[in-house]
Design a protein around this ligand. Structure first.
Ligand code: SF4
Ligand code: SF4
Ligand code: FES
Length: 485
């Protein structure tokens, strides 16, 4: 431990920590652009300049906090007049060629350049020369557009591909005010399954998502904690959607229940500050056509009639088998076990397999099992054998909860009860079909491959006619209780 003083406050810092790390750990604010806690330290933006006070024998000096190790007795000022003057000078340099684009920039509202400009500078450009122009819309990949005029050359994106995703697929060409971030010509950036993290870590609006481009101002949106269901890693994410007070009433009501973007929610036990691109694309999973109506053999009925029919099937069955979802939450699994666990022989099924072209596994985040709560389900039930024959032999009723089990895999002649959130041709062939809520419409927890439990919260209301599986299991429980008495 080393004792230092930051703005007069006594701070205990670890040996080897930088002033930036010690300041952040003790709640002192120092601005930064190029520094990122998970990347190497290039020290190129100089905005983190602090003043080290002299001690009577030596003069004080200005230095960058992100690359200065703490030293015993060091006295640091983070906001002295000298520091503020130097930061103002740095911002004059950084904004010399930066366009005044905030009004049309997707980063507005969460841009640190905008924030620091108003904190430390706030004055119009000191330059009398016209700004140097660069590419405004450079397609860095089919997912990301780059505005080189907004780029402040912090190199975070370059270091991300070098140090984290390890594709080494971005670099900086040329010198001085002709410098340009560019992707390598071999297409490695377009293939990088973690590429969208550079959008988050770009401190300005230079790197932008092409799907989110000009879709919403961030202050119209709010983030709800969710767990990515894309694989058994179960990354913590924020699902961004329109705030209720900014609900659209006339123009596009669909936008009120739309996922606007997905970003990582930092979780050191699961995903650190990163997610993969599949996690960014959760709208592709959650915004598929929804199953909204209960059916009896394809005939639309109200949910109560379907529940009554399902109860009758359960009561009549001699060997009922349940194929339990590996996408269900721990709460839903517990509700199933409470309500129907004794009545059914239950097995954990695979709801999702990898899709063609998808990365199966790597040593950063992506795991081979594309089912987020296999661990939670497997704590209660055995796995379904690969072809399901042993588990399903002799079954006269099969309850299929979730996706991934076509009718062809079920014993011919067995009655079927299906619960699913999305449209599927098998739904209409089931003896009873009950639509259930999607993960974005309920609270719950998943247990990931390493046993870490992560919670998620509802972002949207359930559509009319759709119930939570947890509630449906309780409604079907009456039969199990009757059977038991
Ligand atoms: S594009 Fe963004 S992250 Fe990359 S160097 Fe420029 S400012 Fe930094
Ligand atoms: S690694 Fe898996 S859980 Fe994490 S974002 Fe990607 S698909 Fe989702
Ligand atoms: S944050 Fe320290 S030099 Fe950029």
């Amino acid at each position: 431990m080393v004792e230092i003083f930051i703005d007069g406050d006594r701070v205990e810092a670890d040996d080897g920590q930088t002033v930036m790390q010690a300041a952040r750990a003790s709640g002192h604010v120092i601005p930064f652009f190029c520094w990122h806690p998970a990347l190497s330290v290039p020290g190129n933006c100089r905005i983190c300049m602090v003043e080290v006070e002299g001690d009577g024998t030596a003069q004080g000096w200005l230095d960058i906090a992100c690359n200065m190790p703490v030293a015993k007795g060091m006295r640091v000022l983070t906001d002295s007049p000298r520091v503020r003057t130097r930061r103002k000078q740095m911002l004059e340099l950084v904004t010399l060629n930066h366009p005044v684009d905030c009004g049309i920039c997707d980063k507005a509202g969460e841009c640190t350049l905008q924030d620091y400009h108003y904190e430390y500078n706030g004055a119009p450009s000191v330059s009398r020369d016209i700004k140097v122009h660069a590419t405004k819309h450079h397609a860095l990949s089919d997912r990301i557009v780059l505005d080189n005029e907004r780029c402040i050359l912090c190199s975070r994106c370059v270091r991300f591909t070098r140090e984290i995703s390890k594709t080494d697929s971005l670099g900086i060409q040329n010198r001085g005010d002709h410098s340009l971030v560019r992707a390598s010509e071999d297409g490695a950036f377009a293939r990088d399954p973690y590429s969208d993290n550079v959008i988050d870590i770009c401190p300005v609006g230079a790197l932008l998502s092409r799907t989110h481009l000009h879709q919403a101002r961030v202050w119209y949106l709010e983030a709800t904690p969710q767990v990515c269901p894309g694989c058994e890693r179960g990354c913590s994410v924020d699902v961004w959607h329109r705030k209720s007070e900014w609900k659209l009433n006339r123009l596009d009501a669909g936008a009120n229940a739309r996922i606007d973007r997905v970003t990582p929610r930092e979780n050191p036990a699961v995903n650190g500050p990163w997610i993969c691109n599949k996690g960014r694309d959760l709208a592709k999973i959650f915004e598929r056509p929804r199953a909204l109506q209960a059916h009896l053999k394809g005939r639309v009925v109200d949910a109560d009639a379907a529940v009554v029919a399902a109860r009758a099937l359960i009561a009549a069955a001699r060997r009922p088998v349940a194929l339990v979802s590996s996408w269900g939450s721990n709460e839903e699994l517990a509700a199933f076990e409470r309500a129907l666990g004794k009545r059914f022989a239950s097995y954990v099924k695979t709801d999702w397999l990898p899709v063609p072209g998808e990365r199966i596994e790597d040593d950063l985040l992506i795991k081979p099992d594309k089912n987020p709560n296999r661990a939670g389900a497997s704590a209660l039930y055995r796995a379904l054998d690969p072809d399901g024959r042993a588990a399903l032999a002799g079954a006269d009723l099969v309850l299929v909860w979730g996706e991934g089990c076509a009718d062809a895999a079920l014993p011919s002649g067995a009655k079927t009860i299906r619960l699913d959130a999305w449209e599927h041709p098998d739904n209409a062939r089931a003896d009873v079909f009950l639509p259930v809520s999607a993960q974005t419409e309920r609270n719950g927890h998943h247990t990931n491959f390493a046993g870490v439990v992560s919670g998620f919260e509802a972002c949207f209301a359930k559509p009319a006619g759709v119930a939570d599986a947890e509630a449906l299991f309780a409604m079907l429980a009456a039969v199990a209780l009757v059977e038991a008495t």
